[in-house]
Design a protein around this ligand. Structure first.
Ligand SMILES: [Fe+2]
Ligand SMILES: [Fe+2]
Length: 181
């Protein structure tokens, strides 16, 4: 997956405007494809931040939020497939957190549909906090498990994900579209 263009490295960030979520190695869970998906999610939250600051309209907001929800579901399905094939003991709690995030975002979207003038900043800050905390704690634990139990080996990463993508029909199109930001 192509790295989202709005994710900047630490070096370039010093001379450019800061992203709302800045990617750094501390957010890496050690599994490339998952890291790439997390970068895609961060890029969309950054796109949302720019949109809000620019006073975006309902149409632009709906488009970004729809794309964010679709991509988040693909991402969660990827992680949950890995949990299943590796018999991950923390799968139940981890999946519950995924479900809660989808429910929360759904509630915000419902609120915005009922009141289009409602501020979007509460969702923006909620997404940043949730994403960073979930990656640092839950996704890192999953990454450690995958490496420790041999589900992911550096030389097999691409092959394994290729198989999962084929099995669950995750086309490159979805992954590419998510990194559009
Ligand atoms: Fe997760
Ligand atoms: Fe994740």
């Amino acid at each position: 997956m192509k790295e989202p263009t709005s994710i900047r490295t630490k070096e370039s960030a010093s001379v450019m405007k800061k992203d709302f979520i800045e990617w750094s190695d501390s957010l890496s869970i050690g599994v490339k494809e998952i890291d790439d998906q997390h970068k895609g999610l961060a890029a969309m939250v950054n796109e949302m931040s720019e949109g809000i600051k620019g006073g975006w309209g309902k149409e632009a907001r709906d488009e970004v939020l729809t794309r964010l929800v679709e991509y988040t579901k693909v991402h969660f399905a990827t992680e949950e497939s890995l949990m299943t094939i590796s018999n991950y003991p923390g799968a139940h709690n981890h999946k519950r957190q995924h479900e809660q995030l989808i429910d929360m975002v759904g509630s915000y979207i419902k609120k915005y549909n009922e009141d289009p003038s409602a501020s979007n900043y509460d969702l923006l800050f909620f997404l940043k906090r949730w994403l960073v905390e979930h990656i640092m704690k839950d996704d890192k634990a999953l990454g450690d498990h995958l490496v420790k139990h041999g589900t992911i080996k550096p030389e097999h990463r691409e092959t394994l994900f290729g198989r999962i993508k084929k099995l669950f029909g995750f086309g490159n199109k979805s992954f590419g579209a998510a990194a559009k930001a």
